[in-house]
Design a protein around this ligand. Structure first.
Ligand code: BEZ
Ligand code: MG
Length: 548
């Protein structure tokens, strides 16, 4: 940041300080896992505090639980953990909050606390191995739905005909609008086409928020039949929508395809419905593109309206993650091409009523991606973020790289954060920075990991490699991130010794990954830094080979 010059007015300075304060708060408010979950071991009181704060921050109208005010959550939850419900209720009374408004939330926290203590994981595992019955429970995020506790149960999925739920559809309007507003504010117009990633487990957790967001972008709403099953869609009139219908290319995971077969049909139906509406082309980008394609490719409407893609039947995943992790690629475009090769199978039903069940449609996918200007994925869990697993970059990164080649321009890449009190849309770059500050470079996070010894170092290395995945697929990682990773984990003598003792394999991989980041042009840094890294890498290699 530039220093505050004399010309900078007081207002500008205040605005800058406030923006900085907001960013710091954002990092502070992330739920930072302080260690891995150890199978069969209940959480400690200390570990539970952050979780309680998050749980107490949400209104739960279905159970009459009111969120605690933002400025009091911290203090009240600490008091609850220290001295119990009555003490916490009394504390809040002193701030003018009546007991009847706050008692229910602590009741919920008590239940959660007890259930976290009852841990049937090992017992259930043994019983499952014996082929015995395991009690089922809902699959969800613990903060969104604390009823997932106790753990160690079977996860029951969801009735796909109930998706999207009324609540998920209502919530998604704000998300879809914020997403479009963000693009509009940066580009001066709406994106004509977007690519969305939809996952199965996520749509179970949220009862179909990702699905509902796609329906909103298209300007459609779900329609239930006499049996209350969502089997159809209708168009929201343009006058009511107040913006154009966005063309949406959906890549659904193999899990989604398997679990949500009626929903796949619903999404395909929504696109085909919109494509046939007699509306001005500047207000209906689906129709605009479909008609363009019919004319240009001399194909029929059915072929030009294919928008739901997944793997071939029986196949899962993009393999982009494996290619990145194994460094088995020379040109970045190979990663996007692999994504399309794995995911170019169309699903839905054509106008004659014939089912399309995983028909290879590479040309249709290439055409659809070539028009995409923004890519997006909904993030809906507190537990897993962009750099925790390699699946976000294999999907969102993979599709973005595929778009880049086909559209001959890098798309804007967005993620939503529907977890906090306000819906927030962030660019990929912003999200990578936030994740890096909240986790990879945060002593609270990495010390938590290091308590797990060998596995903890492997987790740190995984985060760095997953971050690297965002360079490879989307060039979304700032130089300072790699520099700080090197400073924190390898150039600090004490830290290096700890990593060397706990897990020299992962420490060596981490050094190699940083060198690869430089070699592939993702990290510009002085030669002296690289020399130092090579020395460290060599000495770790010697140690692994027993030379040292
Ligand atoms: C899914 O739930 O669809 C999913 C889970 C893990 C990786 C990719 C997709
Ligand atoms: Mg760069």
């Amino acid at each position: 940041m530039k220093s505050v010059t004399e010309n900078t007015s007081k207002d500008e300075r205040d605005a800058k300080v406030f923006a900085l304060y907001e960013q710091l708060l954002e990092i502070e408010q992330r739920l930072i896992p302080t260690g891995l979950h150890v199978f069969g071991r209940p959480s400690s009181a200390h570990e539970k505090t952050d979780l309680f704060k998050m749980i107490a921050s949400f209104d739960r109208p279905e159970t009459g639980v009111r969120a605690l005010p933002e400025n009091l959550v911290d203090e009240a939850v600490r008091e609850f953990v220290r001295a119990g419900t009555d003490a916490a209720v009394r504390l809040l009374e002193q701030s003018g909050l009546p007991a009847e408004n706050t008692r229910t939330v602590f009741g919920l926290l008590e239940t959660v606390s007890t259930k976290l203590q009852t841990n049937n994981e090992l017992d259930s595992l043994v019983r499952a191995l014996r082929g015995e019955f395991i009690e089922p429970g809902p699959g969800a995020d613990i903060i969104q739905n604390p009823d997932i506790l106790p753990t160690g149960r079977n996860t029951h999925a969801i009735n796909p005909y109930s998706v999207p739920s009324a609540a998920a559809y209502a919530r998604s309007e704000v998300v879809a609008n914020s997403l479009l507003e963000r693009y509009l504010s940066e580009n001066g117009r709406y994106p004509e086409a977007m690519a969305l990633v939809l996952w199965g487990l996520d749509n179970i957790k949220t009862q179909g928020e990702g699905v509902a967001q796609a329906l909103w972008l298209l300007g459609t709403r779900p329609v239930r039949d006499a049996l209350n099953r969502t089997t159809s869609v209708e168009a929201i009139p343009l006058a009511q929508l107040g913006r154009p219908r966005i063309d949406v290319v959906m890549t659904v995971s193999g899990i989604f395809r398997d679990l949500f077969s009626p929903t796949v049909q619903l999404l395909d139906k929504a696109v085909r419905l919109v494509a046939q509406l007699d509306e001005p082309l500047e207000s209906n980008y689906v129709r605009k593109h479909v008609l363009q394609q019919v004319e240009h490719d001399a194909c029929d409407l059915d072929e030009a309206a294919v928008r739901v893609f997944s793997n071939a039947p029986g196949n899962y995943g993009t393999n982009v993650n494996f290619m990145v992790m194994d460094s088995q690629w020379e040109r970045e475009e190979t990663l996007g091409d692999l994504f399309v090769t794995r995911k170019c199978f169309a699903y839905g039903r054509d106008s004659k009523g014939c089912a399309i069940e995983g028909r290879e449609a590479r040309v249709a996918m290439d055409r659809a991606l070539a028009r995409v200007e923004a890519t997006y994925q909904n993030i809906d869990t507190f537990e897993i973020g962009l750099t925790d697993v390699d699946h976000y970059f294999e999907y969102l990164g993979g599709v973005s790289k595929a778009v880049e080649k086909r559209a001959q321009a890098r798309p804007a890449i967005y993620l939503s954060d529907t977890l906090s009190r306000d819906v927030k849309i962030r660019t990929l770059e912003e999200t990578v920075r936030l994740e890096t500050r909240a986790k990879t470079l945060n002593p609270k996070w990495y010390e938590g990991m290091l308590k797990h010894g060998f596995r903890g170092v492997a987790e740190i290395e995984n985060h760095v490699s997953n971050t690297f995945g965002w360079s490879a697929t989307a060039d979304a990682v700032d130089d300072w991130i790699y520099s700080e990773v090197a400073n924190t984990f390898l150039f600090d003598e004490t830290m290096l010794e700890r990593l060397r003792d706990l897990n020299p394999h992962s420490a060596h991989s981490l050094a190699q990954r940083l060198l690869e980041a430089n070699g592939r042009g993702y990290w510009e840094v002085e030669d002296s830094v690289l020399e130092r890294l090579r020395d460290i890498s060599r000495s770790l290699e010697d140690q692994l080979e027993g030379v040292a």
